[in-house]
Design a protein around this ligand. Sequence first.
Ligand code: NDP
Length: 329
Amino acid sequence: MSETFHAIRVSKSDAGQKTDFVDITLADLMEGDVTVAVDYSTVNYKDGLALTGSAPIIRSFPLIPGIDFAGTVETSSHAGFKPGDKVVLNGYGVGEGHHGGYAQKARVKGDWLVKLPANISTAHAMAIGTAGYTAMLCVLALEHEGVTPDKGDVLVTGAAGGVGSVAIALLAKLGYRVIASTGRASEAAYLKGLGAADIIDRNELSAPGRPLGKERWAGAVDAVGSHTLANVLSMTRYGGAVAACGLAQGLDLPASVAPFILRGITLCGIDSVMAPMKKREAAWARLAKDLDLGKLDAMTSRATLKDVPQLGTDILAGKVRGRVVVDVN
Ligand code: NDP
């Protein structure tokens, strides 16, 4: 008999969406040229949307959710990977249309995998996760637009969340003066520990504002969208740039063109799911160099597969601090 392994499976019927803990075999996985023994997965905001069914993230039922995982290659017919390689997967529709990371094994296309840099363990890779890799993509975008530490402060919204926490740690290590915007005043010490120099209440940014405000930051990483992003744009200094990656407040962008046509600022769209391989490899290489692993540990909590459904609800409620690593074994 084939060996069974544990997984979370989401199915859908007329009664709605249902999450089960199941034991499956390799025959239950989808097609791919690399099979990975998964060490860790994680819970990102998008996983919360998928697990709760609050947005149509899952496109094929029944599905093993989990948009990312890190583990060790078991078998491979892909030229780029051999058994024993340590790999990470972010996005590419995994956990949406292809079985994902909430299982002890995964079978995927080798073209979707990134080999982990030597100093990043599979546990650290998932402490970073898609949230942290997206934070790095945001920082790379700001650098590309010439937002250097000497240009002025950089704002991070959704600061105590996953993207926000990693962005703060990265930016602080790179020498930026970081302003953290949070709704959780109780997390001030945590955010300062990650490297935030200043903390502002997210209510300052979340209501409808003016087309142009006082110039307060040279750049920003925005995980929140909606009025917050509009206000972030309106308060960005002349020539600055804002990397927009998230929608925790909303999918809308009720903004004006004033910051673009009067202050020449740039809005950089950040997508992690279909980002080209070169960009992914560059981001993981920079994470290996520029992320303080002590700070990463300080923002990470541990969980098991059994905790995942509750964590999916918690992350949407803004109750998860930093990053959660899920030990699937
Ligand atoms: P988290 O839930 O960990 O972080 C989101 C944070 O946003 C919360 O911790 C909270 O921070 C803040 N927040 C939550 N609700 C609101 C609200 N109503 N108004 C204002 N702020 C709010 O999620 P992740 O870090 O995993 O993801 C952050 C965002 O980035 C999500 O929208 C996610 O979908 C997106 N994302 C996009 C990717 C891409 O490819 N573009 C990849 C990864 C993530 P605080 O308590 O500090 O205020």
